[in-house]
Design a protein around this ligand. Structure first.
Ligand SMILES: Cc1ncc(COP(=O)(O)O)c(C=O)c1O
Length: 376
C-alpha cells in the first residue's frame, strides 16, 4: 500500500519543537490540569488504577458527549485517540477502492490523504478567497455521481476559519440527502468562535450525518489525545471494529480528565478562556496585517485557532515557510500543504507575547524580501 504523505503533519512533527517561535499550531495554548481541576479531584486521579479504559469510551464520558448532540444516546458515540483517530477509523471503515468522495478545500487533508491511500477517487470543491471564503456549492453539486459515498467538510474550517451561513448548510444537506450520501463534518474547532455565536453542528440535520470532534483545539487539551465520533449506530459499530485495530482504547487518565473538562460547570469556562485569547490575538494580527498591507491581506476567521494569510511575494508558500524557518526560526504552515498556495497559516491560540515576537520576525522577513525584490 502506498501511503499518501501527510505533508502538514510531517512538517509539524519534524519542526514544531525545533524552532524558537512556533506559530504552526492550530489549537489553543494548552491548559494544565491545575487550571481546570480542584486539588481534591486531582488527588482522586492520583489513585486511579491505570488499567485499560472501557474500549469505546467510559460510559459516563459517552453520556456526557452525547448530551452535547441533541437526539443522540451513548450508543451514537465512540471515544477515540484524538479526532485524528476518529477521522481515521471513519474513513477506514467506510471507504472502499472505487468509491468517490468530495472534500471541501482548503483543508487539513487527513481524510483526503487516507482516501487516496485507500484508492478512493477524491474530488474537491473550494472555499473561494475572492468571495470571502464562500463555498463553491455549484462545484459540489456538479461533482456528485452515483459512486459518491461521502462529502467531507471541516466546520469551522481549518485553515480559513470560515463558518457556513444557514442556507449553505441547508444546500449541502439537501445535496447529500437527494443522493443518499454520507456527510462528514469535522467539528474539532467548534467552540473556538471569534464571535458570540456558537458554530451550528451538522448533527441532527439529516440521518446520514457523521461528526468528528475532540478536545485538542477549542479546549486547549491536545495532550489528552481525546476525540470522538458521533454517528448512527451502524457507523459507530463499524468504526469501533476499526478502533480495535488502531489503539483499542483512549487512555484511562484521558477518559477521566475529559469527563471532568466537559462538565457543565467547567466546559464554558474553558471555552470562554479560548475565545478571550483568540479575540485578543486577532486584534493584534489585524493591526499588523494593516501595517503590511502592501504584501499581506486576509479575511478574518470567524472561528478556529488560525488565520490564513494571503501574500504577494515571488515565492511559493513552501519556499516562504522554509526560508522563514531557517532565517528567523519561526514556523508557520504553507498553504500548499492545505491545498492552496500563496497563503500561509498562522496560529492565533498562542501566548500573546509569542505571537507578537513571531509577527515582528515575519515582518522583518517580509520587509527584507520586498526590498530585495524592489532592487531587482
Ligand atoms: C481539522 C482537523 N481535524 C483533526 C485534527 C486532529 O486533531 P487531534 O487528533 O489532535 O484531535 C486536526 C489537527 O490539526 C485538524 O485540524
Amino acid at each position: 500500500m502506498n501511503i499518501q504523505p501527510f505533508a502538514l503533519e510531517r512538517l509539524l512533527s519534524v519542526w514544531e519543537n525545533r524552532v524558537e517561535i512556533n506559530l504552526s499550531e492550530s489549537g489553543l495554548q494548552p491548559l494544565s490540569p491545575s487550571e481546570f481541576l480542584a486539588p481534591s479531584t486531582w488527588e482522586k486521579m492520583f489513585h486511579l488504577p491505570l488499567g485499560y479504559a472501557q474500549a469505546n469510551g467510559l460510559d459516563e464520558l459517552r453520556q456526557t458527549i452525547s448530551s452535547l448532540y441533541p437526539g443522540t444516546s451513548p450508543e451514537n458515540i465512540l471515544v477515540t485517540n484524538g479526532s485524528s483517530e476518529a477521522n481515521f477509523v471513519l474513513a477506514w471503515s467506510l471507504l472502499e477502492p472505487g468509491d468517490e468522495i468530495i472534500i471541501m478545500m482548503p483543508n487539513y487533508l487527513q481524510i483526503w490523504g487516507i482516501a487516496r491511500t485507500l484508492q478512493v477517487t477524491v474530488k474537491e470543491f473550494y472555499l473561494q478567497p475572492e468571495n470571502k471564503w464562500r463555498p463553491d456549492l455549484e462545484k459540489l453539486a456538479d461533482s456528485i455521481t452515483e459512486r459518491t459515498k461521502l462529502i467531507s467538510v471541516c466546520h469551522p474550517n481549518n485553515p480559513t476559519g470560515m463558518v457556513f451561513q444557514p442556507e449553505e448548510m441547508e444546500k449541502i444537506i439537501s445535496l447529500a440527502q437527494a443522493n443518499q450520501i454520507w456527510l462528514h463534518s469535522d467539528e474539532v474547532y467548534r467552540g473556538a468562535e471569534l464571535t458570540e455565536k456558537e458554530t451550528p453542528s451538522f448533527w441532527g440535520k439529516y440521518e446520514r450525518v457523521i461528526v468528528t470532534a475532540g478536545l485538542s483545539k477549542a479546549y486547549g487539551l491536545a495532550g489528552l489525545r481525546l476525540g470522538w465520533l458521533v454517528a448512527p449506530e451502524i457507523i459507530i459499530s463499524r468504526a469501533w471494529e476499526a478502533h480495535d485495530y488502531t489503539c483499542i482504547t483512549a487512555g484511562t487518565l484521558s477518559n477521566h480528565l475529559a469527563l471532568l473538562a466537559l462538565q457543565p460547570e467547567i466546559r464554558p469556562k474553558i471555552l470562554s478562556r479560548s475565545r478571550q485569547i483568540l479575540q485578543r490575538n486577532l486584534q493584534i494580527l489585524t493591526s499588523w496585517v494593516e501595517e503590511h498591507a502592501d504584501v499581506l491581506d486576509f479575511i478574518p476567521p470567524q472561528a478556529g485557532g488560525v488565520a490564513f494569510l494571503h501574500y504577494h511575494l515571488p515565492l511559493n508558500s513552501t519556499q516562504l515557510v522554509e526560508q522563514l524557518r531557517d532565517e528567523k526560526s519561526v514556523l508557520v504552515v504553507p498553504g500548499e500543504s492545505l491545498g492552496l498556495d500563496k497563503f500561509f497559516r498562522l496560529g492565533l491560540g498562542v501566548e500573546t507575547s509569542v505571537l507578537q515576537e513571531g509577527l515582528q520576525r515575519i515582518g522583518e522577513f517580509i520587509r527584507h524580501r520586498k526590498n530585495t525584490r524592489s532592487q531587482d
